[in-house]
Design a binder for this molecule. Structure first.
Ligand code: GLV
Ligand code: MN
Ligand code: MN
Ligand code: MN
Length: 442
């Protein structure tokens, strides 16, 4: 497996991926990577094992300084956009050949682990640093990216940075979705020094120009599920990303005293929501597909006391699938079901789609490059679907994209015990390095 390089002094070199593999195995080690992850984990509002780094908090700002420092140390030219998306660029020898981009996010959920997001950011910088040290001179430019707030952990809505870059952002969410203290993204960003006078200005200025020049986007990530570990595979080659839709349904009723109000007089919204949850489970299971999933994860019941008949219930419902038609059919059946249940139980009701993200399909050429990298490294791989969403889901709508997964111990993530073994981390970064080399090398 030969790929061509042009060295910094201008001489062309055809390098055996196999040879680069040996170098990668020596220079990209789990120990070196974990030194970085351990340091990054100190920027946290909770003590380890639980890591809490919400976007635009002091800890996030400190982590950003650290990551920009790593980018500079790797010889990259750093820039930030208006939403705080951060780029480290290595100019290729042909300015017209386009850019290979790779990255992920550095914010976390509350009490998350050290690798969700961070692996894709640190991994890209480490891979690029390795290639530089090898004397590799890319033909295409290479950019490492840290996206602003992939996690919904502060503003209840995910991937704001990548949505902004790719034009999927509905600007009003930057004002209407609030954190626990009532601040909006716009307010928090302004306080952190990313200033815009309006949500629209954020959206307008974050939007990437010249997206045709993105030759490829790669995101390295932990699997966050049990499949690679169970099948003893080193690397997941992600062919598609399931995308969520968020439904919000609210039922209302008269309420009343838990003893005084006879059953026959009630129009209990909690019972309506419960019936909807069962209906939704049935229609989700009815697809027969393992990738069809629905979660009634948030119940906001008022007044939420044991001897008061509820007066209102709001449920937020996360619905995902790898097939858009199937997902949309579950959405329709759930919203129709809510209407019918409300009518039958004489409850008031509203139902709406809060967001609905696109399903992402990976690019065949990028998948092939990852496969060649794993073959050259002699590591095992498995084609799979990402059940979690990622910034890559938005990048994939504009650019040839694929993701690289490494195993998650016990399938855990969004959890303090999230763990990936040092060798597994290293194999992920080595795979990324060899993939970038192929895609940017000519
Ligand atoms: C977040 O990563 C999600 O998939 O919900
Ligand atoms: Mn996450
Ligand atoms: Mn993530
Ligand atoms: Mn995610």
């Amino acid at each position: 497996l030969f790929i061509s390089f042009i060295l910094r002094d201008g001489t062309a070199l055809s390098l055996d991926l196999e040879g680069l593999n040996e170098q990668a195995a020596t220079h990209i080690t789990g120990q070196k990577l974990n030194e970085i992850f351990d340091h990054l984990a100190t920027y946290s509002d909770t003590v380890r094992p639980g890591i809490t780094r919400l976007v635009f908090t002091e800890r996030d700002m400190e982590a950003r300084v650290y990551i920009k420092g790593l980018m500079k140390e790797a010889g990259l030219v750093v820039r930030e956009d208006i939403m705080g998306n951060t780029f480290g660029r290595w100019e290729g020898s042909d300015p017209k050949a386009g850019t290979v981009m790779s990255g992920s996010h550095s914010d976390t959920v509350k009490l998350g682990g050290p690798y969700d997001g961070a692996l894709g950011v640190i991994g890209a910088i480490s891979a690029v640093k390795f290639l530089r040290n090898q004397g590799f001179q890319p033909v295409k430019s290479i950019e490492c990216i840290m996206f602003t707030t992939e996690e919904a952990s502060r503003f209840s809505i995910p991937c704001l940075g990548s949505q902004g870059m790719t034009g999927f952002l509905k600007p009003e969410v930057l004002d209407t979705f609030k954190d626990d203290n009532g601040s909006s993204f716009r307010e928090a960003a302004n306080a952190a020094g990313f200033t815009a006078a309006s949500a629209q200005e954020f959206a307008d200025k974050a939007l990437m120009k010249d997206t045709d020049s993105i030759a490829a986007f790669l995101e390295l990530h932990i699997e966050q599920g049990p499949h690679l570990e169970a099948e003893k595979k080193d690397i997941g080659i992600v062919e598609a990303i399931m995308a969520p839709a968020l439904l919000r349904v609210e039922f209302t009723g008269r309420g009343g005293h838990g003893g005084g109000m006879p059953m026959s007089h009630r129009n209990d919204p909690a019972l309506a929501a419960s019936e909807l949850a069962i209906l939704n489970e049935k229609v989700t299971l009815a697809t027969g597909a393992d990738e069809s999933v629905s979660t009634f994860g948030l119940w906001d019941i008022k007044p939420n006391f044991y001897n008061a008949v509820p007066r209102s219930v709001r449920v937020d419902i996360d619905i995902r699938d790898s097939d858009k038609e199937r997902r949309d059919s579950i959405i329709t059946q759930t919203l129709d079901g809510a209407k019918a249940i409300a009518a039958q139980r004489k409850c008031g009701h509203t139902g709406e789609i809060k967001f609905e993200y696109p399903i992402a399909t990976s690019d065949k050429k990028v998948l092939k490059a990852i496969q060649r990298a794993t073959d050259a490294l002699g590591v095992s791989s498995k084609r799979m679907v990402s059940r979690a969403y990622h910034d890559a889901a938005f990048m994939a709508q504009l650019a040839p994209t694929a993701m690289i997964f490494v195993p998650s111990k016990d399938g855990l993530s969004h959890h303090p015990n999230e763990h990936t073994a040092p060798d597994e981390l290293a194999r992920g970064v080595q795979t990324l390095a060899l993939t970038i080399a192929q895609l940017a090398g000519s």
